[in-house]
Design a protein around this ligand. Structure first.
Ligand code: NAD
Ligand code: DAU
Length: 363
């Protein structure tokens, strides 16, 4: 069972598993909130090993039924409210989905698996989390010549870093991580957790920085840069994240946490300039054509200054490292959004939300 499989990262994970593991039955459980889009999985929706269940992870009874019906032995849990800005305006839904939803899944997994003949043997609850649980890092080094490519400080988030979430989103994810560990420590539920940095790539909902800005540049709309654009994020191509999830799911050690990151820190404003340059080039505009769209706006409340992941553990233990250079990843991403304008238009117009009823009334 993969939860949140119609979202950005979940859809890449479902696609990878459906194609790579024909021997598995992949059950995608998703409530289809505004962030869930069945069209993200159009290319594999008819695969014989793929099943979709529209369900809310907070609905214990329904989840228990699905787990029983499909004899689920592995859960990779991605369903969440995931946008920091939304968590600032509506924190309650974050507590409900991210905390109560995760707790409901844990409870079902514990009940169902502990009652099965073989118990927890061969079972795994994999919780997908974020680097934001660790809080924010200082900027302690001058940028020097490493501008946009090198570290902005000596400190990184490791698996030992203490939790210090600042936004309602990160507080809810931190809480869910604690529940996952508590179910291992209290009931011996086999769990594993990964905490990843900022993802980018195709199918990301265009309220997040990269797809929003690509679309705005294309349409000549303002680019709202929060504060001074000095905040640093560590960017990872989404397919590299799902490759890490695949590896951890199959080879990771039970009860462990793995940090996943791109070794790729960028100040927002520098990243935005790369986006402008790339989109302008692809659209045949002269260099600097869209620079005027940069618009500095009020900062995000409680805006974390810097995230940076130390991914040494997953590299050393499981041999994972990012496969793509950032320049390649950004070019692929910009190309995808420009080539898939129809996808973007259906998302921004709300048309995509009709796909579920069309698809299921056909059957
Ligand atoms: P997303 O917002 O694109 O997708 C979330 C999915 O969860 C959607 O399909 C939505 O319909 C579904 N969902 C929401 N509430 C639900 C509920 N109550 N029941 C069932 N389904 C529900 O998110 P994303 O960016 O793909 O992130 C996926 C996971 O990875 C999240 O747990 C997030 O915290 C984590 N993560 C994201 C990033 C990132 O950069 N995007 C980085 C690290 C970790
Ligand atoms: O670090 C992992 C996290 O990365 C995930 O857990 C979250 O689910 C994911 O949304 C992402 O969180 P961020 O808040 O870092 O992502 P976002 O794309 O919203 O913003 C990236 C940076 O860009 C951040 O510093 C805020 C800034 N920003 C964002 C938007 C949407 C702007 O300056 N302007 C904008 O319009």
């Amino acid at each position: 069972m993969i939860t949140g499989g119609c979202g950005f990262i979940g859809s890449h994970l479902v696609r990878l598993f459906v194609k790579k593991y024909p021997q598995y039955r992949i059950v995608n459980v998703d409530a289809l909130t505004y962030a869930g889009n069945l069209e993200n999985l159009k290319d594999i929706e008819d695969a014989p090993n793929y099943f979709f269940e529209k369900a809310d992870i907070c609905d214990l009874k329904r989840i228990a039924q699905i787990v029983r019906d499909f004899s689920i032995d592995g859960i990779i849990h991605l369903a969440a409210e995931s946008h920091v800005d939304r968590s600032i305006s509506d924190p309650l839904v974050f507590a409900k989905t991210n905390v109560i939803g995760t707790l409901s899944l844990l409870q079902v997994a514990k009940e169902y698996w502990s009652q099965s003949e073989e118990g927890y043997k061969g079972k795994l609850f994999y919780h997908v989390s974020t680097d934001e649980v660790y809080g924010a890092l200082e900027m302690t080094k001058p940028k020097g010549d490493q501008f946009g490519k090198g570290p902005y400080g000596e400190l990184f988030f490791t698996e030992q870093t203490k939790y210090s979430p600042h936004s309602p989103y990160s507080a809810s994810k931190a809480s869910s991580d604690h529940f996952v560990r508590a179910f291992h420590d209290t009931y011996a539920l086999p769990v594993v957790i990964s905490n990843c940095s900022n993802n980018y790539g195709p199918y990301q909902f265009p309220e997040k920085l990269i797809p929003l800005f690509i679309n705005n540049i294309r349409n000549g709309k303002p680019l709202p840069v929060y504060g001074k654009g000095e905040n640093v994020r560590d960017w990872l191509y989404v397919e590299d994240h799902v490759a890490a999830i695949d590896l951890i799911f199959h080879k990771g050690k039970v009860s462990q946490t793995y940090n996943i990151g791109g070794f790729n820190e960028w100040k927002n404003i520098d990243l935005i300039k790369v986006l402008i340059k790339t989109v302008d080039r692809f659209l045949g505009h002269p260099e600097g054509y869209s620079n005027h769209l940069i618009t500095y706006v009020s900062d995000r409340a409680g805006h974390d200054l810097r995230y940076a992941i130390d991914a040494t553990k997953i590299y050393k233990e499981l041999g994972w490292s990012p496969s793509l250079q950032f320049e390649q990843g950004i070019e692929k991403t910009v190309r995808w959004y420009l080539d898939n304008q129809e996808w973007m238009d259906r998302v921004t117009s709300g048309e995509y939300e009709k796909y579920y009823s069309q698809m299921y009334s056909k059957r």
